[in-house]
Design a binder for this molecule. Structure first.
Ligand SMILES: [Zn+2]
Length: 221
């Protein structure tokens, strides 16, 4: 069955050849396809990971303070931050034409988000700027969740600016069939699907529970 699947994937998504000007162009298209698939897969995991992090923040702070506009802004910005770093794919494709790994951009540098997290933590916000501070805090936390998830099977320069080498937890080996299959048959893909499943279950449970934002939304829709 896997052999048949491999044959069909090879027909539908040909592997790029890497010789000559045409080959170089094919290689770039192949990279774009690979990046797009990766983006699609991690996008579906990044947003649920952000949702789980937002729930964790809500749970951690629910005993100490009532929800405020700042805490709501924090949780919403956390969801945005969980996917925002991948916006650099637009620059990677349209401006740099795939010349550099998009994880080299500032949006994927943990040092940038740790600095903004520190800034938000030290910010003595007034009543007028509390929402802005909450949003910066959430955006930084969400982006850190994003780069953490990217580190599982991707490359992230965690030691930048001291060392710009990429670090990753695991390498997805080529299975010999096709890069699409190498990716979707690796356990890291299962991890991403699990995040999607857990987040969907929790969202469903909250929508059924009265007294939550999701529950109110479910009843009014
Ligand atoms: Zn990313």
């Amino acid at each position: 069955m896997l052999a048949n699947l491999t044959r069909w994937v090879r027909i539908l998504v040909p592997q790029p050849k890497h010789s000559g000007p045409f080959g170089a162009r094919c290689a770039l298209v192949g990279e774009a396809l690979r990046g797009s698939l990766r983006w699609l897969c991690v996008f579906i995991a990044h947003l649920p990971a952000g949702y789980l992090a937002a729930l964790a923040v809500e749970r951690a702070t629910s005993n100490t303070a009532a929800p405020t506009s700042a805490s709501r802004a924090l949780r919403r910005a956390l969801l945005v931050g969980a996917v925002a770093p991948d916006a650099d794919l637009l620059w990677w494709w349209w401006v740099d034409h795939g010349a550099v790994h998009h994880h080299r951009y500032a949006t994927h540098l943990p040092a940038v988000w740790l600095a903004s997290l520190l800034l938000a933590t030290l910010w003595r916000a007034s009543a007028q700027t509390a929402v802005l501070r909450g949003a910066l805090l959430g955006l930084s936390l969400g982006a850190l969740v994003h780069v953490l998830l990217d580190t599982v099977a991707g490359d992230i320069a965690w030691l930048w600016p001291v060392d710009d080498r990429f670090l990753s937890l695991v390498r997805v080996p080529a299975t010999g069939g096709h890069w699409v299959l190498s990716f979707v048959t690796h356990w890291t893909f299962l991890l991403e699907l699990s995040l999607v499943g857990v987040a969907a279950l929790l969202l469903f449970a909250r929508r059924r529970r009265p007294g939550t934002k999701e529950g109110e939304g479910a009843r009014s829709s």
